[in-house]
Design a protein around this ligand. Structure first.
Ligand code: PMP
Length: 350
């Protein structure tokens, strides 16, 4: 046995496959944005200087916080920036979920939530979504040590109305309620305006999807002063320098180019709506997506078979061997050209 018994054992989160030859395959499996980041961000990457690598970056990513603050009209003391929203959410779990009473989240949701709960030994209860994969607000009235809801939810792509989100926040004043808005920019309603009213709310967003910067790893949270202060205390107890210099500078450039950001979102939403119709014509049930992906199930051919046949053709989508969703596929919205190739392949497979 020896040291073995002291090793921490955890079944980790399994991200979608990142094939080595990304330029040869059509990658619709990790909800990345198919369009480049804002041109200003790329320019910064091309002009990095010695000092940008040699010196430690500012510990508070202040320049990026100020840019986010300016864009959303929120005070910097109510913003926490991290290495993708995964880092922000992990820090939030460690900081805010410290009760013996279970935290609550849906059974079908982002599959990192139960991993963090296991890692940090946070008791948790998974609340079944209904048969249409909808989250029922009344289920979140029971005693709890915290709540986390992805809105829109993943992998279902469904958005909850803001009134339902407010109902959950309002009825749980003694719990931190985290709303994970990784996909909100593609058609959801953000809970950000509720921040003034509720000090138990945290809203988490990311640059990975709508700002095409998954590789730079930038995420952020909005919350009241006390929660952000506690998050910073935890962060500074693990790693002071989480945000590297290029990520901060490139993030600022992305925030400053609102026109590019809006145009990219509009392109994806347009392709998504077209793809919904195409999938339906091919015999797929398609959930009403408010995200940059579609959650689909075919009326004849098994999801697993479609997944494997697409992969053979170099088209990557996502499939989970999990109860309730094992006959579904999650397909990221790509460019029109990528979607055309996908539909050509599906016509051969089905
Ligand atoms: N939340 C949800 C619901 C997601 O699907 C993802 C992407 N895998 C994330 C958070 C994390 O994204 P990132 O760390 O790239 O910001």
């Amino acid at each position: 046995m020896g040291f073995e018994q002291n090793l921490r054992k955890i079944a980790p989160y399994v991200p979608g496959e990142q094939p080595g030859n990304v330029n040869k395959v059509i990658k619709l499996n990790t909800n990345e944005n198919p369009y480049p980041a804002a041109p200003g961000a790329e320019e910064i990457a091309c002009n990095l200087k010695d000092k940008d690598m040699r010196l430690y970056p500012p510990t508070d990513a202040g320049k990026l916080s100020r840019a986010i603050a300016g864009y959303y009209g929120i005070d910097t003391k109510n913003i926490f920036v991290g290495v993708g929203s995964d880092d922000v959410l992990a820090t939030a779990f460690l900081t805010c979920f410290n009760s013996q009473v279970p935290i609550l989240f849906p059974d079908i949701t982002y599959s990192f939530y139960d991993v963090w709960a296991e890692l940090y030994k946070i008791p948790y209860k998974q609340i079944p979504v209904d048969e249409d994969f909808k989250i029922k607000k009344e289920d979140y009235l029971q005693e709890n040590g915290g709540i986390v809801i992805a809105n829109p939810n993943a992998p279902t792509s469904l958005a909850m109305p803001l009134e339902d989100i407010e109902f959950i926040i309002k009825n749980n004043p003694d719990s931190v309620v985290i709303i994970d808005e990784a996909y909100v920019d593609f058609g959801g309603e953000s809970a950000l305006p509720l921040l003034k009213k509720y000090d138990n709310l945290m809203v988490v967003q990311t640059f990975s999807k709508s700002r095409s910067m998954a590789g730079m790893r930038i995420g952020y949270a909005f919350a009241g002063d006390r929660i952000i202060q506690a998050m910073n205390d935890v962060k500074f107890s693990i790693n002071s320098y989480t945000m590297n210099y290029p990520a901060v500078e490139m993030g600022v450039a992305a925030i400053e180019d609102e026109e590019y950001y809006k145009a990219t979102i509009a392109k994806i939403v347009k392709t998504r709506e077209k793809a919904k119709k195409e999938f339906t014509k091919l015999g797929f049930k398609v959930l009403d997506s408010k995200t940059n992906f579609l959650f689909i199930s075919h009326n004849g051919v098994k999801a697993e078979t479609i997944f494997a046949d697409l992969k053979k053709r170099g088209i990557f989508v996502r499939h989970w061997n999990k109860p309730r969703i094992d006959n579904y596929l999650r397909v990221t919205v790509g460019t029109d050209a990528q979607m055309k190739k996908l539909f050509e392949a599906l016509k051969e497979i089905l």
